[in-house]
Design a protein around this ligand. Structure first.
Ligand code: PEP
Length: 257
């Protein structure tokens, strides 16, 4: 049993306007109690337009729910229409930001070098990146998932210091399992997460590797959360669809209990 506090993060994707965001966070706060927060760190990742409202609610009611964004610009400021910088996220007290989610990699052609620049932009502003990695179905069928994910880790973490790395969160999300209802087995999740941890020990040190939280993501639901997060190297979950309903998300936060 590790001493890493499990992290359950809800990636809302492009769902919920700011009023809906307030309602969902209120429902979550109503359902969760101190024991839940002692057993897991709970984080929501709403769209940018909701962040100010979520911040106001969390601060005003002193909620133990954390929040962050789904993406960050690789640039600090300037002529980058539509982008949001790390310092803007920091100003809203975001604790986390997703970088390299498979939908960004696929739909916005973000490769490991972009993911690496974004992770650095987050760290430079005191926001912890949740670095997403994961293989597509073709790679999985060929049995090359570990090599594929380790190459993504190497590229995404280039020049990230050990001091930064120990705060990192990495989400292993097999692309074939995201939003498909097709969930990896606990053994699939453990195989890749354990390989990531071994690689972190090589890149940094066993201490850093032991501190990093590794999440599994891909069709996590109340009825599969417990078995996946029960694996030694899986320290929580990145949850898409099931984070949009408070009851479903609470079940996952409680490891399916
Ligand atoms: C995700 O978007 O990161 C995700 C894991 O989605 P879902 O839980 O819906 O598969």
């Amino acid at each position: 049993m590790s001493n890493r506090l499990p992290l359950i993060a809800g990636n809302w994707k492009m769902n919920n306007n700011h009023l809906e965001a307030i309602a969902l966070v209120q429902k979550l706060a109503f359902a969760l109690d101190d024991k839940d927060y002692d057993n897991a760190e709970v984080v929501v990742l709403p769209p940018f337009t909701d962040l100010r409202s979520v911040q106001t609610l969390v601060d005003g009611d002193k909620l133990r729910i954390g929040y962050g964004a789904q993406d960050v610009s690789a640039h600090e400021k300037g002529a980058y229409t539509g982008e949001v910088s790390g310092s803007m996220l920091a100003k809203l007290d975001c604790s986390y930001v997703l970088v390299g989610h498979s939908e960004r990699r696929e739909l916005h052609a973000e490769d490991d070098s972009v993911v690496n620049t974004k992770a650095k932009a987050a760290f430079a502003n005191g926001v912890v990146p949740i670095v997403c990695v994961g293989e597509g179905l073709d790679v999985r069928k060929a049995g090359n998932q570990v090599e594929h994910v380790i190459a993504q880790i190497d590229g995404s973490l280039k020049d990230i210091t050990a001091e930064q790395a120990e705060k990192l969160v990495i989400a292993y999300e097999p692309v074939w399992a995201i939003g498909t209802g097709e969930v990896a087995t606990p053994e699939d999740a453990q195989e890749v997460c354990s390989a990531i941890r071994t690689r972190l020990a090589e890149l940094y040190s066993p201490e850093v590797a032991g501190a990093v939280r590794l999440l599994y993501g891909g069709s996590v639901k109340g009825d599969n959360a417990g078995s996946i997060m029960g694996k030694d190297d899986v320290d929580g979950a990145l949850v898409g669809g099931a984070s949009l309903k408070a009851d479903d998300f609470v079940k996952i936060i409680r490891f399916g209990d």
